[in-house]
Design a protein around this ligand. Structure first.
Ligand code: HEM
Ligand code: FES
Length: 373
């Protein structure tokens, strides 16, 4: 029991670390994209705002915090994938998983290049970056647009899944939806306008107005930058591949019992003891409310247990906390957390499959049935 409590506490800490490191990274990306959108004014405006919107995140201490958040979030993201009993989930969740796995390979060129140049004593401002991406290496420039889209989609999918599980978030969600569109669109327009400014300056032979020379005695370790970038790209892809393979082996070699889920319409839904009720419903194409996509936070997957052939596993600390928060009566369990050990399990969903927090929360009358598990 003490062991189980310890395990659950660490699961809650891991989850919180993943969320807060993700939100920290998203705050940085938002600030950086705001800096980019100033290209709509001029390249000079981007550089004037750089210390406040981008530089503030990459100072001696903040840079280390940012890097730690990225590394922590990357490994906790892979850990979440490894622990997922099924990858059959909703479209938003799949987009989030896939985008998360390709962020690092896409980010490597940009982050390693700028980071190592700055360590070598080269202050690479927006004028230099825009010239590099628009005039000298346009393919890498195009990759930055893809990077922006992938990082932004991933971060927003995470933010909205997290917020949708919080009651009362409805009021700010509409503003955030607006920002989710405005921030990347303005950033892309700023990037394009800055590129146009640079191309015109280049055509007029005026690009020398922008600093084009390295400081004296500075040697840029181009070969090393390339080596480190390639190492990070290959390493992160390998880690993602190994995680998926380990997850597959883990669940394929697990001894499972057959489970038959029965819900309101009386139809039998075949499942296994490796799957939560929610995953069992998904496997059978049965819609079931899950505002936090199975993370145990929202409570909308709650079901009343009507009957079970075998005693059900006790709720974990995470499940108990959420059940308590939604005021669940005895005999109610979270569909995303409960994995029946075998046999027939009959349940009744407490929330309509298309439930959102804008709808009134369904109130359950005290159960007449005998409470289970
Ligand atoms: C470094 C590569 C990354 C990987 C492998 C990764 C992976 C993941 C995964 C798998 C999740 C979902 C976790 C779950 O199933 O509960 C997630 C959530 C999230 N990610 Fe990332 N991510 C990465 C980078 C980023 C970046 C750069 C940002 C910022 C734009 C970000 C922001 C978020 C947010 C806000 C969440 C929601 C928090 C949560 O529900 O756990 N991630 N990430
Ligand atoms: S899906 Fe949110 S708690 Fe189960």
């Amino acid at each position: 029991m003490a062991n189980q409590t310890k395990k659950m506490t660490s699961a809650i800490v891991v989850r919180a670390l993943r969320v807060w490191s993700g939100l920290f990274l998203l705050a940085f990306v938002t600030s950086h994209l705001t800096n980019l959108s100033l290209g709509l004014i001029s390249i000079n405006a981007m550089d004037v705002a750089r210390p406040y919107l981008s530089g503030v995140w990459t100072g001696d201490i903040t840079g280390k915090i940012l890097m730690s958040a990225l590394v922590t979030h990357f490994f906790l993201g892979l850990w979440a994938v490894y622990n997922r009993p099924t990858l059959r989930t909703n479209a938003q969740d799949i987009v989030q998983l896939v985008s998360g796995m390709i962020v690092v390979p896409l980010l490597a060129t940009h982050a390693v290049g700028i980071g190592m140049l700055s360590s070598a004593g080269v202050d690479f401002g927006y004028a230099d970056t825009i010239r590099l991406f628009w005039l000298q290496l346009p393919t890498i420039g195009l990759m930055q647009v893809i990077l922006l889209a992938v990082v932004w989609v991933h971060g927003c999918a995470g933010l909205f899944t997290w917020l949708r599980s919080k009651e009362g978030a409805g009021r700010i969600l509409n503003w955030l939806y607006l920002m989710a569109v405005a921030v990347p669109v303005l950033a892309l327009l700023g990037y394009a306008e800055a590129g146009r400014e640079m191309l015109v300056a280049g055509r007029d032979g005026a690009q020398l107005a922008f600093s084009n020379e390295l400081p004296p005695n500075v040697e840029v370790p181009f070969a090393l930058i390339k080596e480190v970038t390639n190492g990070i790209i290959l390493g992160s892809l390998l880690l993602s591949g190994l995680t998926l393979a380990a997850r597959f082996i883990r669940f394929a070699s697990q001894k499972t019992q057959e489970v038959t889920l029965v819900r309101d319409d009386g139809r039998d839904l075949p499942s296994t003891s490796a799957l939560s009720l929610l995953d069992g419903f998904r496997r059978n194409g049965q819609p079931h409310a899950n505002l936090c996509a199975g993370r145990g936070r929202c409570g909308t997957c709650a079901v009343r247990i009507i009957d079970s052939d075998f005693p059900l596993p006790s709720p974990t600390e995470l499940e108990l906390r959420t059940l308590h928060r939604i005021g669940a009566l005895e005999g109610v369990r979270l569909g995303c957390q409960l994995k029946p050990s075998g046999g027939r399990v009959t349940v009744r969903a407490l929330y309509p499959a298309d439930y959102t927090f804008e709808d009134a929360r369904p109130v359950e009358e005290p159960a007449e049935e005998e409470a289970m598990g």
